[in-house]
Design a protein around this ligand. Structure first.
Ligand SMILES: Nc1ncnc2c1ncn2[C@@H]1O[C@H](COP(=O)(O)OP(=O)(O)OP(=O)(O)O)[C@@H](O)[C@H]1O
Ligand code: SF4
Ligand SMILES: [Mg+2]
Length: 334
């Protein structure tokens, strides 16, 4: 079943998040904007520290305050601004309409309760009903994510599951209420290649059958090419490029993306670590003036170091934050 709708499911609009540090307020998400439609998988990529997790935690109102604060922007979920919603309403949406597979699943399962009870609890909190029915639903979900003998394993404690199985249990928990939007933060990084492929297939199936919008955060550009309808590339807290389909891989529109693509192995090969570009992402309290990528960019000129560079909308659903993009001929994936 394909679900259609006039507006996007989620619209992140000019989001700014800062953290208090010993160096003062550090801006870690700077004017981030992108949309997720129903039935759409959006890949969010960028090196470690680029702000992917902070952006996604903001959607669910999970940025700890202090030390974090939102210093600007809105996050629209249909017609509701999630950044301005009473806590109770946000709690009702979280885990129900919008759910998240967290980057560190081991810390999200409680060792004192069975896997089944933890999944059932999420279901009952949002959907009500008896414990028995919720446990049956938990077993059904474990089966869906490929846990063998799910009816029996639903009674296991987290320590009785392997790392890969715990990851699947977290995915089952995130899907138990049929969310409209799923945020998957590196959901397959800890898994071996076969299990990874099964999880990716599962997410595709979930989108196809339920029209779920998915934000898929990953270091693996090969997975993005395979799975995602749209790609959002982040660098140092900013969106530097967006593209639809495979366009980004054929012809990147930002030198940072070119760096990622030219350093990666052949498209289609697994690439757990993001390809490395010489230099390092700047610390959030020491961002360079002008383009945040300028100290690492091989095309830097004086113009790149002065004014802030806006994200420019180009043709065909693409955008780029590079002042020289019209003159550059960038290389795509091999
Ligand atoms: N609780 C916090 N307190 C202070 N700084 C934080 C906190 N959480 C995140 N940051 C900072 O925000 C920036 C963005 O972090 P974030 O976790 O979003 O990166 P990421 O893109 O998800 O990286 P990774 O690929 O390693 O998961 C980093 O500089 C990080 O140090
Ligand atoms: S604005 Fe300048 S420094 Fe930044 S990516 Fe473009 S060419 Fe490189
Ligand atoms: Mg992260």
């Amino acid at each position: 079943m394909t679900v259609t709708s006039s507006g996007p499911l989620l619209r992140i609009d000019d989001l700014r998040i800062d953290f208090a540090t010993e160096h003062g307020w550090a801006n870690v998400v700077n004017g981030v904007s992108f949309d997720v439609a129903e039935n759409e998988i959006v890949g969010l990529v960028g090196e470690s520290g680029s702000g992917k997790t902070v952006t996604s935690l903001s959607i669910l109102g999970l940025i700890p305050n202090p030390p974090g604060r939102k210093s600007g922007g809105h996050i629209w979920y249909r017609d509701k601004d999630l950044t301005d919603l009473p806590k109770k309403e946000l709690r009702d949406i979280r885990g129900n309409e919008i759910s998240m597979i967290f980057q560190e699943p081991m810390t999200s399962l409680n060792p004192a309760f069975t896997i089944g009870d933890q999944i059932a609890e999420v279901y009952r909190r949002h959907r009500g009903g008896g414990k028995k029915a919720a446990l049956a639903r938990a077993a059904e979900m474990l089966d869906l994510v490929g846990i063998p003998n799910a009816n029996k394993r639903v009674k296991d404690y987290p320590h009785e599951f392997s790392g890969g199985m715990r990851q699947r249990a977290m995915i089952a928990m995130a899907l138990v209420c049929d969310p409209k939007l799923l945020i998957a933060d590196e959901p397959t990084t800890a898994l071996d290649v076969t299990v990874q492929a099964q999880i990716l297939e599962l997410l595709s199936k979930v989108r196809e059958e339920m029209g779920t919008g998915i934000i898929f955060i990953t270091h693996d550009l090969g997975v993005v090419a395979e799975l995602c309808d749209k790609v959002v590339v982040m660098y140092a807290g900013e969106v530097v490029e967006t593209a639809v389909g495979r366009d980004l891989f054929v012809q990147p529109k930002h030198p940072y993306t070119e760096g990622l693509l030219t350093a990666m192995p052949q498209l289609g090969e697994r690439n757990e670590q993001l390809a490395s570009i010489p230099g390092r992402t700047p610390e959030p309290w020491a961002m360079p003036d002008g383009c945040r990528f300028n100290p690492r960019c091989k095309y830097t000129e004086d113009v790149c170091r002065s004014a802030m560079i806006p994200l420019e909308v180009l043709n065909d659903g693409r955008s780029s934050r590079c002042v020289r993009i019209d003159e550059l001929k960038l290389e795509g994936a091999k």
